[in-house]
Design a protein around this ligand. Structure first.
Ligand code: GDP
Length: 304
């Protein structure tokens, strides 16, 4: 229900246009396919993934053969779902800590402004609600505002935070956070990192160092590197995914701001192009506006 509401704009543009593309058509001809292609590209699915989808539809639907709107929708839905990778939280509605991974270390990366801090705050709230003990680490030491904003979320969710002065070594903050988490017998650690992309070598070095230093405390940390992308930025989100996957091993994605965009297709394109599972989607600014991504629900929400 909330997903439908959150994705209202994406749904309107995507399904609305899709219906128009097939309205009054009794078969899938070049016209229909061209229209479909346009709609997918306009929804920010991306050209490569769009062509893949069109190609698959063409293979499934014999050209110029009668196929009703329902049938075309079903095929399209199938093909899109097939492109979205399953996450390790699959159909579950909440996160469970894998065995022998306590504290579970989640390192969060992404460019400033994409909703990184908000996502961390929402996650902290969700984990806490599940009864998990959470610790936040303010390893984005580059901006004072980043530390302060994370503090606001720590206060709001009543979760402990480990922080140092602005400008201190991010790896040192991460180290302290993990130490503190182990001492407190915490279940989950969420580490915020700086979101500067302008110097790729620095970014890579910084993230590598944070990882290395964290491993002095928790040998297999981080268990998850979550890249946060702003779903309303289309091609920028693709570019950021490209840069971050070059800089570090990204293991999952959170796509934010899908409530304010008609371009939810970016989730499909990015998931397909980078083969990284989307774990969470942000559908609002509120503390509860983060959802565990379920590909079937997501695709269904477009075709209701
Ligand atoms: P950061 O710089 O990446 O840490 O970004 P912030 O977490 O500070 O978020 C930037 C802005 O985006 C804030 O105004 C947030 O309230 C807003 N924001 C974050 N996630 C979402 C979302 O899912 N939907 C909407 N509408 N706004 C969001």
């Amino acid at each position: 229900e909330t997903l439908d509401k959150g994705l209202e704009k994406s749904k309107e543009s995507f399904f609305g246009k899709l219906s128009k593309a097939v309205a009054g058509k009794s078969k899938v001809d070049d016209d229909v396919l061209d229209n479909l292609e346009e709609i997918l590209v306009a929804s920010d699915v991306g050209v490569d993934t769009t062509l893949k989808i069109i190609d698959r539809i063409e293979k499934r639907v014999a050209k110029d053969k009668y196929v009703g709107t329902d049938e075309l929708n079903r095929i399209l839905r199938d093909e899109i779902a097939g492109l979205l990778s399953e996450t390790n939280i699959g159909n579950e509605t909440e996160f469970t800590i894998p065995e022998n991974k306590k504290p579970y270390v989640l390192m969060v990366v992404g460019v400033n402004g994409v909703g990184k801090t908000t996502t961390i705050g929402k996650l902290a709230a969700q984990f806490k609600k599940q009864g998990l003990k959470v610790v936040l680490g303010a390893a984005d030491t580059f901006r004072a505002a980043a530390i302060d904003q994370l503090q606001v979320w720590a206060d709001r969710t009543d979760v402990p935070i480990v922080r140092q002065e602005m400008g201190s070594d991010p790896a040192s903050v991460a180290f302290d956070t993990l130490k503190s988490a182990v001492t407190q017998d915490a279940d989950v650690v969420i580490i915020d990192t700086a979101g500067r992309l302008h110097n790729k070598v620095n970014l890579m070095n910084e993230l590598t160092k944070i990882k290395r230093v964290m491993q002095k405390v928790v040998a297999d940390a981080p268990h998850d590197v979550l890249l946060v992308l702003d779903g309303s930025t289309g091609q920028n989100a693709f570019e950021q995914a490209k840069q971050f996957t070059l800089a570090t091993e990204v293991t999952s994605l959170a796509v934010t701001k899908l409530d304010g965009t008609a371009k939810g297709g970016v989730v499909i394109g990015i998931s397909d192009q980078f083969q990284i599972p989307v774990k969470y989607i942000g559908v609002g600014e509120g503390i509860d506006d983060l959802q565990v991504f379920n590909k079937h629900e997501f695709v269904d929400s477009f075709f209701k």
